[in-house]
Design a protein around this ligand. Structure first.
Ligand SMILES: Cc1ncc(COP(=O)(O)O)c(C=O)c1O
Length: 483
């Protein structure tokens, strides 16, 4: 009998190990014997369960045994009809979702700040991206969620689009009005695809934004490794409803997945699912409480501000995952990059990311009062040291219209390109992507027409010390354009 108490993959691996089977299969380290130094460091158990496809361990390409059982339990625990284990990260799940929904020339609606795996799948599938402008917080200098009104406009202008792609939540924890967006997309016969790289924990506590499966999304890709306790690279793809057949989705996943999945990663997914199914609510509640305590404390430190309910002002239904601590340091007169460096070098604290205005600290099921107190203490000490420092003027946050698309990303990708003087490049078709920080969203993508406004804004941003990244010429004297 399958139950959430069981771990089918992990149990099969332990069985294999305890039977002392003599291995004449890959991996060639053969239980670590072939690589003693690494085995001694990482431990014999890890090497013993680093195994390969065989009848009792099932096959990820066509699961019928323990992998199928583990996926069935995961679907139940995360509220899906089907779950597929991924060992190439959520990136591979995003690629599969888009390939499942879009063929050559089909339109897909997606926020401008979508992850690069979405863009790579658009290149592969030949789909046409129609971007939705996310709300931008000028105060924090970051992209927030997409609103119902902006999305409805884009849907109205693109009636035949095949899919709506939603990020739940953004890296900074901002959720768009998922339930309403999913309903609207379905009413317009579009598939709902959700990037839940930062949302694996959402289904386990009612104080968090809704999960994709709660919103009846058709497919969602979830980084179990980021926030639900499995090992890095291990993720899950969830399916709900009838729009996509599980067999079709699986056949697409098999294009992207390795044929040699790591059983250590698969076992970690199995074990993380058990942990979340049995204790997820309690663990996530603890993380939420710790993060809310830290937010309160940080907001009482002079010069610091931790993002909270102001997110709600950006549109009806926008929400925040409180476990993400986006801390603005601009009032201290330093950039987020400098703050991250100080925290690491002086206080041995490594944050998840930094941008021009902020640092982002992630509180998760692995935190305790002592780790979160150490963060608050370090922030207070850093702010105290910097109190009297000279203030910097943060760069202005560009808010440009989305440029016109002249070539599909697939056509642009395969076209011949040449470098062109950036200042004189208006009217040309860009052959590359340029990211601007703040607000951390692409200012131009391959296939789009460069405008004078784009050139002016980018030059102003550079002048003010903002970051412009992604292009081949890192000084952006030249931009790659389509020949
Ligand atoms: C918004 C978003 N989507 C997708 C991904 C890709 O997830 P993974 O690293 O699991 O491939 C990331 C990774 O950071 C992300 O930030």
């Amino acid at each position: 009998m399958l139950s959430q108490e069981s771990t089918p993959i992990l149990d099969a691996l332990k069985n294999y190990m305890h039977e002392n089977t003599i291995s004449f299969h890959v991996p060639g380290h053969k239980h670590g014997v072939g690589n003693p130094e690494f085995t001694e460091f990482i431990g014999k158990n890890a090497m013993n369960i680093d195994l390969t496809i065989m009848p009792d361990l099932d096959s990820i390409m066509h699961p019928t045994g323990v992998i199928k059982d583990a996926e069935t339990l995961a679907a139940e625990a995360f509220g899906a009809d089907r779950a597929f284990f991924l060992v190439n990260g959520t990136s591979s799940g995003i690629q599969a979702m888009i390939m499942a929904a879009c063929r050559e020339g089909d339109k897909i609606l997606l926020p401008r700040n979508a992850h690069k795996s979405a863009i790579s799948s658009i290149i592969l599938s030949g789909a046409e991206p129609v971007y939705i402008r996310p709300e931008i917080s000028k105060d924090y200098g970051i992209a927030m969620g997409i609103t119902m009104s902006e999305t409805s406009n884009v849907i109205r202008k693109n009636p035949g689009a095949k899919a709506l792609f939603i990020i739940n939540t953004t890296y900074y924890g901002v959720a768009s009005p998922l339930l309403e967006l999913a309903k609207l997309a379905h009413e317009n016969n579009m598939a709902v695809l959700v990037d839940e790289a930062h949302g694996a924990h959402l289904a386990f506590h009612e104080s968090l934004p809704h999960s994709a499966m709660e919103a009846e999304a058709d497919l969602s890709a979830s980084s179990t490794h980021k926030l639900a306790g499995s090992l890095t690279q291990s993720s899950m793809l969830f399916l709900k409803g009838e729009r996509f057949s599980p067999e079709y989705v699986k056949s697409i996943l098999n294009i992207f997945q390795t044929t040699s999945p790591s059983y250590i990663l698969l076992a970690s997914l199995d074990s993380a699912r058990k942990n979340m199914a049995l204790r997820g609510r309690e663990l996530v509640a603890r993380a939420v409480n710790l993060a809310q305590w830290a937010r309160y404390k940080i907001n009482h430190i002079r010069g610091l501000r931790c993002m909270g309910s102001e997110v709600l002002e950006f549109g009806r239904g926008l929400d925040l995952d409180p476990t993400k601590l986006c801390i603005s340091v601009k009032e201290l007169g330093i950039t987020g990059y400098t703050a991250a460096k100080i925290l690491r070098e002086k206080y041995r604290i490594q944050v998840e990311l930094s941008d021009y205005y902020n640092i982002l600290a992630v509180v998760s099921i692995g935190d305790t009062k002592s780790t979160v107190s150490a963060l608050v203490k370090a922030l207070a000490a850093m702010a105290g040291d910097l109190g009297a420092s000279k203030k910097i003027k943060p760069p202005h946050v560009p808010e440009l219209p989305i440029p016109e698309l002249a070539l599909l990303p697939k056509e642009a990708f395969f076209s011949e390109k040449r470098p062109h003087d950036f200042k004189e490049s208006y009217g040309r078709i860009s052959g590359e992507m340029i990211m601007a920080y703040p607000p951390g969203i692409p200012i131009i993508c391959p296939g789009e027409i460069i405008t004078r406004d784009i050139i002016n804004e980018v030059l102003m941003l550079k002048e003010a010390g903002g970051l412009v990244q992604g292009m081949q010429d890192r000084h952006l004297n030249y931009i790659s354009v389509i020949k």
